[in-house]
Structures are given as structure tokens and as C-alpha cells.
Design a protein around this ligand. Structure first.
Ligand code: GLN
Length: 325
């Protein structure tokens, strides 16, 4: 049982003690078996303190256990399972993000499939969606009051660079009156987004469009939107290599914001002005230190009522403004 050594010989639960025998060296005997809690202790030690939740997620995935079943499981883990857990831990230790290993993640309380063709949704981006929900409910009180849907109360939303569809799909889920167009430059990325829309039963209200920003948009007549939302790539390309090894596994096109990190904002803002209804909202996630420059770009394009929202770590994370056209 190579690699599964140095597990505490003190069992986590009294009834587990007979499964495990330690060699004088501290290595666990190959013939013996472990229970999930013992195996988790091993995983936690292997990955280190910062990744405790990863060790748990990977173990649940490996044993096909639901989180609620974990501590009550009487499953006895045989050597082959231990080995497959070890393989997952090693992948994680080498920098592969947990979501790529398990093939799924959670965003806004919703499950999303992910693979290497998509950027993994981040918790910070939930701030963007939450702000959009607040804004729309405030600006369209009919939706909040649960009034009957009419054609006129339909909201038109455009999500640019949808990735696995996390923004578009969670907006569709929480706003039953929204119709959404979601774009991405990559066909493989859109495949994942479509699968997620299906999984979450919102395919009928989202149109997926393969487009390099606005290139594939029909020019006549121009569609008009109540909200344009985007979490574009915003890392300066010179900085990408300096970031954690986890990020190096994600698609470059989903991260690289060009020389100053602002490439996409510079293109999206002027075009949005033409696509938004009068008083419609443009809303972005923004990166570290970019606020003033993006605000300027929006002001130059005559967006008004510009507001900034901080995330939970008090980092400026969301900017939005209203189209004055
Ligand atoms: N819209 C997706 C997200 O916010 C993808 C973002 C991206 O690819 N830059 O997670």
C-alpha cells in the first residue's frame, strides 16, 4: 500500500480500530482496511492545511458518497479504492484544480459541469450575479412581485464570454422572466455551457452564440438588451505566468486580458452602448487595480450612475453603469 503511510494509529471512531494495524515504522499494513474518516485524515495530511476541503471533495468523489453520508458511512475501503484516492490526491498536489478532477463545481448554489475547455467559476463572480439580481429586481419591480409574466415584462440579457454558462444559467434560474443570449468565442466551451443549461432546465430561455465578442451578431435589426453582463479575461498577460499553478491549467483565452488587462473592456463598452436599451445596464467583474481605468472607459462612452461594489474581501469587484442613449 505504497504512499498510504503515516496515518494516525489512533482511530477516529472507536468501531474503526480493528480495521487498521500500524507497522512499527508507522506505515499502515497493506492487508488492513480503512474507513472514510481515516482516509480523509490521510488526504488532509497529504494535501496540507490549505486544501482540507479539496481532500474531502476528492474523497467523496472517489467513494461516491454524498457530503451528508460521509461521517455515517460504514463503507470499508479496500486497497484499490485507497489507490485511486491516492491518484486523485497526487493530481491535486501537482496543481490540477479539484473541479477539473471531479468534473463539477458549484456556483450560486447550482451545480455546473466543467472541463479543461472552461474557466472554473469563482466565488467572487457570485458578487456580480448577486448585484445583477438586486439591480434587476429593483429596476423591474414587477419581477420581484411575482406578477404574471407577459411578453412585455420579459427581460433581455446578454452575457459575453459565458464560459461554462455560470452567469447566464444562474440568472435564468433566478429570473424566470429573463431571456438570455450567451456568447463565447470557443465552440468547445459552448458545448459545456449548453450541457449545463440542459442540466438546469433553462435551455429554452438561453440562446448560445459562438462569437468573438460582437462579431457574429446580426447587424440589422440590432437586438436591444436590458442588461449586458460580463466577466471578461482581465489578467495582464505578463502576469499570467506568475500566478498559481492551478490557473496554468485553465484556458489562456479565458484569462488573458492583453498587455494592460483591459482589452475586453475597451471593446465591450463602446459596442454595448449600441446594443443596450436606453437606461439599460452594463455590468462587469473587474480585477485588482483596474477600477479607475474601466470607470474612465465607461464615462467616455457616456455611461451614467456608475457604481462600484466590493466583494467579501473588500476588493473592488463589480462595476456597473446605465446607458444614457
Ligand atoms: N463567464 C464565466 C465566468 O464568469 C467565464 C469567464 C471567462 O471565461 N473569463 O466564470
Amino acid at each position: 500500500m505504497q504512499g498510504f503511510g503515516r496515518v494516525s494509529t489512533r482511530p477516529s471512531r472507536p468501531d474503526a480500530s480493528h480495521h487498521i494495524v500500524a507497522h512499527p515504522s508507522g506505515w499502515v499494513s497493506e492487508a488492513k482496511v480503512m474507513n472514510p474518516v481515516e482516509l480523509l485524515n490521510y488526504g488532509n495530511k497529504h494535501l496540507g492545511e490549505k486544501k482540507l476541503s479539496d481532500a474531502r471533495v476528492l474523497l467523496e468523489y472517489c467513494l461516491k458518497l454524498k457530503p451528508s453520508e460521509f461521517y455515517f458511512s460504514e463503507k470499508i475501503i479496500k486497497t484499490c479504492k485507497k489507490n485511486s484516492y491516492q491518484k486523485l490526491l497526487d493530481k491535486r498536489k501537482n496543481g490540477l484544480p479539484t473541479a477539473y478532477i471531479t468534473g463539477e463545481t458549484e456556483f450560486m448554489g447550482i451545480k455546473f459541469y466543467v472541463n479543461k475547455n472552461v474557466f472554473i467559476p469563482r466565488q467572487e463572480t457570485e458578487n456580480l450575479v448577486e448585484e445583477a439580481l438586486k439591480l434587476i429586481r429593483f429596476a423591474h419591480p414587477r419581477i420581484n412581485s411575482g406578477a404574471t409574466t407577459t411578453r412585455h415584462s420579459l427581460l433581455a440579457i446578454l452575457d459575453i464570454g459565458t464560459g461554462c454558462g455560470n452567469i447566464a444559467i444562474s440568472l435564468a434560474k433566478y429570473l424566470p422572466n429573463a431571456k438570455i443570449v450567451a456568447t463565447d468565442i470557443s465552440k468547445n466551451t459552448l458545448k459545456v455551457a449548453m450541457k449545463n443549461a440542459k442540466l438546469n432546465n433553462v435551455s429554452d430561455r438561453i440562446t448560445f452564440l459562438q462569437s468573438d465578442l460582437f462579431q457574429s451578431f446580426p447587424t440589422c435589426p440590432l437586438p436591444t438588451y436590458d442588461l449586458i453582463i460580463s466577466n471578461p479575461p482581465y489578467i495582464k498577460n505578463s502576469e499570467i505566468k506568475k500566478l498559481q499553478k492551478e490557473i496554468q491549467h485553465e484556458p489562456k483565452i479565458a484569462i488573458d486580458g492583453g498587455k494592460d488587462g483591459l482589452n475586453f473592456y475597451k471593446k465591450i463598452v463602446p459596442m454595448s452602448r449600441k446594443l443596450l436599451k436606453k437606461n439599460g445596464f452594463l455590468m462587469f467583474e473587474i480585477g485588482y487595480h483596474h477600477l479607475q481605468k474601466i470607470k474612465k472607459i465607461m464615462e467616455t462612452e457616456k455611461f451614467r450612475n456608475i457604481k462600484v461594489v466590493n466583494d467579501y474581501s473588500q476588493q473592488e469587484r463589480v462595476i456597473y453603469g446605465q446607458n444614457s442613449n
